[in-house]
Design a protein around this ligand. Structure first.
Ligand code: DAT
Ligand code: MG
Length: 140
């Protein structure tokens, strides 16, 4: 079993799509092993996306990610990292495959509904960013 870290971003929460997106995630075979609702500060959002610090969109990204509550989750499934990236679609919803979370719900490249880890190694780091060990519990 592999784990990935997702965040239902502030646009997802504002659009009241938490349930719809989690439904799509569960129907695709992922298990939610950790979940919380949290409003990130600009500082924390910048720390999470630190790898993008030098990119031109960094300020916009930090403002957006701290603009309202979000819902980070740890998901478990075989091949979770790659399968979740497939489920959410390309970063830019205009380029995302039909039926993907971003194609269905995202407005733009910047406000694209969900985060998904890009490797198992980063998934573990990102999971530790949001969750303590006792908050990570398998369903059965
Ligand atoms: P992904 O979230 O698909 O892994 P990424 O890691 O390249 O994409 O970028 C992280 C986030 O930064 C992305 O979800 C939205 C934002 N972003 C990326 N490229 C952008 C751009 N060209 N303009 C505005 N926001 C961008
Ligand atoms: Mg990324």
């Amino acid at each position: 079993m592999e784990r990935t870290l997702t965040i239902l971003k502030p646009d997802c929460v504002k659009k009241q799509l938490i349930g719809a997106v989690i439904n799509q995630i569960e129907r695709a075979g992922f298990r939610v092993v950790a979940m919380k609702k949290i409003k990130l500060s600009k500082e924390t959002a910048g720390e999470f996306y630190g790898v993008h610090r030098e990119r031109p969109f960094f300020g916009e990204l930090v403002d957006f990610m701290s603009s309202g509550p979000c819902v980070p989750m740890i998901l478990e499934k075989e091949n979770a990292v790659a399968d979740f990236r497939t489920l959410i679609g390309a970063t830019d919803p205009a380029e995302a495959e039909e039926g993907t979370v971003r194609k269905l719900h995202a407005d733009s490249k910047g406000e694209n509904i969900v985060h998904g880890s890009d490797s198992a190694e980063n998934a573990a780091i990102e999971a530790g960013f949001f969750f303590a060990a006792e908050e990570v519990v398998r369903n059965n």
